[in-house]
Design a protein around this ligand. Structure first.
Ligand SMILES: Nc1ncnc2c1ncn2[C@@H]1O[C@H](COP(=O)(O)OP(=O)(O)OP(=O)(O)O)[C@@H](O)[C@H]1O
Length: 470
């Protein structure tokens, strides 16, 4: 074949894009990555995010894939998928290439695939894939002050799913604090204890896509019937529905049915129900009638415990002071913590150096957005000069040109406001001026801010640029 197979796959994507809706393309095709093509065996390997993805593609788009791949790669093609285990870092190691579809035969598998649910799925109670991630369990969900309550309620729900207490369980908290892990762990534990229960984990986005598909295929009732057969329905990221009125309505019917029949509903969200503007009132009242549990950002101790558990599990050797340093700087996001550890490992392997404080500082600088890093005089001068389009040299100079004077005075004012640098030092740093010049400049700026709206918004915009920097 003369053309590069990666480019052929890009052509396939282009053709697919013109044959499906933008949402379908973004959800199901954009995340697929070309891995390799073996000319001798005519085997194409594509990387996909999960097993479910494969099943969905096979169930819903096999015909389209078949036609498009044949057009660009020719006939007799064998298509294999490889699951990416670590989506954040696009790693595929540890994963056996799993041939799931010979494209010529895969049409036959269609009816068995986990596609948009139909009434047939509802009729086969034991036969659903829970979509749970077996790696996220209670055993590796470390307990700390910030998650004690949701963790223990979650565990008790998993152990006694028939009790009606705390239904629904609504978990909310900032990104990376462990919501998905916890709701998964509840499902995994329930399945361990009650294998016959129909437990289903679904992201709000996937639910919405399935619903849209069901509407297009005119099988909304089947969709609703399927979801009404679930014993424990776990929906992640429900903030995604805030502007999806029809999806909300449909979920409302499913919710009511499950709730009335004593089935479990577990919801995760990035904010509490009161802040879900755009969610219907009747759903909001239902979300609030069980337990609303907040997962806070983990404190430093919990970060240290999570890191130590990961380090132990992975058989790593990382000095205590480095662990403490990472925990303090990772800004409460466990995802960031994991990212730093992975980067540390990668760096130490690539540069063949040991993991110590120097390396940790280097990695953290690149990997983590550090909160509350104090602003320096240089940061302030940069932002001010940038805003007024003057050079730092001009600000430092003795020139009385109006633009320079304004930039100079604003720099001194902001330095007084945002740093702990004494006025005499600020004066020195801004062109060797004295303490009284700094005080005079600040008074000038303050007075002008009171009467000049335009000036006020200019200073405000410089202040906003500080927030972006930090
Ligand atoms: N208490 C914990 N113990 C062990 N691992 C944790 C804990 N909390 C979070 N993690 C890990 O941190 C990572 C991020 O957690 P998770 O995906 O559950 O966050 P999230 O709150 O759902 O984030 P988002 O809202 O961005 O989806 C996961 O790898 C998870 O296993």
């Amino acid at each position: 074949m003369s053309t590069n197979p990666n480019a052929l796959w890009d052509s396939c994507l282009l053709l697919i894009k013109s044959n499906v809706s933008e949402q379908q393309f973004n959800t199901w095709f954009k995340p697929i990555m070309f891995e390799s093509f073996n000319e001798a065996t005519r085997t194409l390997i594509l990387q996909v995010p999960s097993n479910f993805f494969v099943e969905y593609l096979e169930g819903n788009y096999v015909g389209l894939l078949n036609k498009v791949l044949t057009k660009y790669f020719g006939t007799g093609l064998r298509l294999n998928y490889r699951i990416m285990v670590d989506k954040t870092h696009k790693l595929t190691q540890e994963v056996e290439p799993e041939p799931v579809a010979d494209i010529d035969k895969s049409a036959a598998k269609r009816e068995h695939a986990n596609k948009t649910p139909t009434v047939l799925d509802a009729a086969k109670p034991q036969d659903i894939d829970s979509q749970l991630d077996p790696r996220h369990t209670f055993a590796n969900y470390i307990e700390g002050d910030s998650n004690k309550l949701p963790r223990s309620v979650g565990l008790s729900i998993a152990e006694h799913p028939r009790t009606t207490q705390f239904n629904p369980m609504f978990i909310y908290g900032p990104s990376g604090c462990g919501k998905t892990h916890l709701i998964n762990a509840i499902g995994v534990r329930t399945k361990e204890l009650y294998p016959q229960k129909r437990v289903l984990y679904v992201s709000a986005r996937l639910f919405q896509v399935q619903y849209t598909d069901a509407v297009l295929k005119n099988c909304t009732n089947d969709f609703i019937n399927f979801y009404q057969t679930i014993d424990m329905l776990i929906v992640d990221d429900i903030q995604e529905w805030v502007s999806a009125t029809k999806t909300q309505e449909t979920f409302f019917h499913i919710f009511n049915h499950l709730f009335r029949n004593g089935k479990r509903i577990i919801l995760a969200c990035d904010r509490p129900p009161v802040d879900l503007q755009g969610m219907s009132d009747r759903l909001l009242t239902r979300f609030s009638c069980g337990l609303i549990a907040e997962l806070e950002k983990p404190n430093i101790q919990l970060c240290v415990d999570i890191l130590n558990s990961k380090i132990k599990r992975d058989g790593l050797h990382i000095p205590e002071e480095v662990v403490a340093f990472i925990a303090q700087t990772a800004n409460g996001s466990v995802r960031d913590l994991e990212g730093v550890i992975n980067s540390l490992l990668a760096f130490s392997v690539v540069y063949n150096c040991k993991i110590d404080m120097r390396l940790a500082e280097r990695v953290i600088k690149r990997a983590v957005k550090i909160d509350n890093e104090p602003l320096t005089m240089d940061d302030i001068l940069d932002s001010v000069c940038n805003h007024f389009n003057v050079s730092t040299t001009a600000v430092m100079s003795r020139s009385r040109k109006r633009d320079y004077v304004v930039a100079r005075q604003v720099s001194m004012y902001l330095a007084q406001k945002y740093t702990k640098i004494p006025a005499s030092r600020i004066g020195k740093l801004v062109g060797g001026r004295d303490h009284s010049t700094v005080i005079h400049s600040c008074t000038q700026v303050e007075n002008r801010l009171k009467i000049d709206k335009m000036f006020c918004s200019e200073v405000q915009s410089i202040e906003n640029s500080f927030k972006l920097k930090r």
